[in-house]
Ligand binder design. Sequence first.
Ligand code: NAI
Ligand code: MG
Length: 496
Amino acid sequence: MKSIEVLASVTDFLSRPARLFIGGAWQEAASGRSFAVENPATENPLAEVAQGAAADVDAAVAAARAAFEGPWRQVSPARRGQLLLALADLLEQHVEELAQLITLENGKPIANARGEAASAVNILRYFAGWPTKIEGSTLPVSPASGVPMLNYTLREPVGVCALIVPWNFPLTMCVWKLGPVLATGCTAVLKPAEQTPLVAVRLVQLIEAAGFPPGVVNLITGLGAETGAPLAQHADVDKIAFTGSTQVGRLIAQAATGNMKKVSLELGGKSPNIILPDADIVRAAKGAADGIFYNQGQVCTAGSRLYVHASVLDQVLEELQRHAAAHVLGPGLDPSSSMGPLVSARQLETVSGYLQRGLEQGAELICGGARPEHLQRGHFIEPSVFYDRAERACVAREEIFGPVLTVMSWSDIDELVLRANDSPYGLAAGLWTRDLRSAHRVAAQLKAGSVWINCWNVVDPASPFGGYKQSGWGREMGKNVIDAYTETKSVFVDLG
Ligand code: NAI
Ligand code: MG
């Protein structure tokens, strides 16, 4: 095992306490408190971060309001696009630094962290194209009075946006939300997850360097209940965008009713992945393994329920075991590791609990199920596969958010579709087949915001992403997200 060398700029960044960014100034929390961020591969503390609370949230919202009503309003759409491009260029120049921070605080393999940082650059470039293309329309109205009327619509930024993001993709989750905020002319208070605030701090430093006016993006680090909750309740926040657990999503939706702020939610999933008998089985099994093991299974769209046609079940189980066994568990900074630790002791406890209950409830463990013996420290867990004939165990029905796949078999396609849809979630679904007719028929029947045919986890800034049912409200990316961050104003002019 040989780890890559940590950049001097990263070591230097980690040695300074990370602070809040409010109205263009870096500052301590009003309480003076801070908390430690842990490296999940070593369990050692990485850095100290300011621990915000309600007073800091108030100051950040006030700064976001002042920028929204003031200087940011005067910035032209073309200039907003240029600023986004400048930010994308800065991220591109710092991809390695950002990737190392992601791996250090989240645990994922460095190659995946580099991919995440590169994807953040692409997303910003996509959103840089939008400011000059957000347009209203002129509408053919027919007033009963017969007086001729001109009617047109204006699209206006919704205002101050609270962005609460999780730890599984600590950089791209920030950028998914900041892209449309900055493109539409909104302002933001960003609240990263307490497990992974460091790359968000670095991102906001780059936002400052790109030249965005003070107050356009404000950063509050801290715990969910102390910072996220007051943001969700705040009377001067116009919109809240959240990614995380369905449980907290429900709290946020409730808190938002106080001032009827607009809400978008990207929540949990238990996404069904379906292998038809005519599929390229080798490719499908590889896709299914990647669909669950990528990012240690800590992905909202993880393909955690695998439905395999009975005629190919044995072959698929064999392939899955092979892919699980091929994973090299180790610290993300070691380029030979293909799977890192889970993000925290708590996440490891959750996943271990599921492994134990799955067995108790009659699911058959095909492989994995334990902590790797050769790693003494770090929140590591083996990639694991269950087979659950009855499909009743918790591992077949609940979101685990770990590298745990539950396989079921099927023989009748109509019955299978009902089973695949029998979940409180509806984030993603997939199918593997060579038959065009079944591919499009089944895709149309699945209740999920994303359907992947012969692929998994393909996400693109041009294409909408979001969930049916308890997987969320609204869509991110594409034209849909521009609508979510703008208000439509209808203007009538009497021409009589
Ligand atoms: P979480 O939903 O508690 O945390 C996500 C974000 O919400 C963090 O920034 C957190 O500080 C904030 N938050 C927590 N409580 C809050 C509150 N009362 N008001 C406002 N903001 C609050 O997720 P957690 O506890 O880290 O993970 C628990 C489970 O959630 C995971 O096992 C997984 O099932 C799911 N999850 C789903 C994610 C997704 O991408 N959809 C991402 C992370 C977790
Ligand atoms: Mg939580």
